[in-house]
Design a protein around this ligand. Structure first.
Ligand code: HEM
Length: 136
């Protein structure tokens, strides 16, 4: 991931974070549409869950220049997700719902460069979380 990718991710995420409740709703609606089988894995309030997801993404994006700190956080999160019965293949659905949310919310701002930067970031996050879940 390049410096330019990081700048693009920060700019576009700022836009989403300003409307985080709406963004989280779009995300979960899409996720449960494309992958209804993951709906029962969520036991708590989906609104609170959306807020947690947005805050974690905020931390991940704020610490993109401190990869060691970010990796420790994501490994812990990945192990937690195994305990929630999240399987590696579910990460593809979440990635697809995330990209769809960005496309919907950013409209013209969703350029090919923005798509590449986010796809690369999500692939890194998912690989770290899945790797930690398998290792532990
Ligand atoms: C970028 C990847 C992801 C991030 C940043 C993320 C973030 C979070 C956070 C912050 C929590 C709150 C609890 C905790 O801290 O452990 C959580 C819980 C959870 N996540 Fe994720 N998650 C990701 C991927 C996924 C995937 C792929 C699934 C599969 C469908 C998933 C399903 C869940 C479930 C079922 C819970 C527990 C909800 C409950 O308490 O009912 N997450 N996630």
């Amino acid at each position: 991931m390049t410096e330019n990718d990081i700048a693009l991710i920060r700019e576009t995420f700022a836009h989403l974070h300003r409307r985080k409740t709406e963004t989280a709703r779009i995300f979960y609606d899409r996720l449960f549409e494309i992958a209804p089988e993951v709906r029962p894995l969520f036991k708590g309030d989906i609104k609170a869950q959306g807020a947690k997801l947005m805050e974690t993404l905020l931390v991940a994006i704020a610490t993109l220049n401190d990869r060691d700190g970010l990796t420790i956080l994501l490994e812990k999160l990945g192990r937690g997700h195994r305990d929630y019965h999240v399987e590696p293949r579910h990460y593809d659905h979440v990635g697809a719902a995330l990209i769809w949310t960005l496309r919907t919310s950013l409209a013209d701002g969703f350029t090919p460069a923005v798509e590449r930067a986010w796809t690369s970031l999500y692939a890194d996050i998912a690989a770290t979380m899945i790797g930690a879940a398998k290792a532990a």
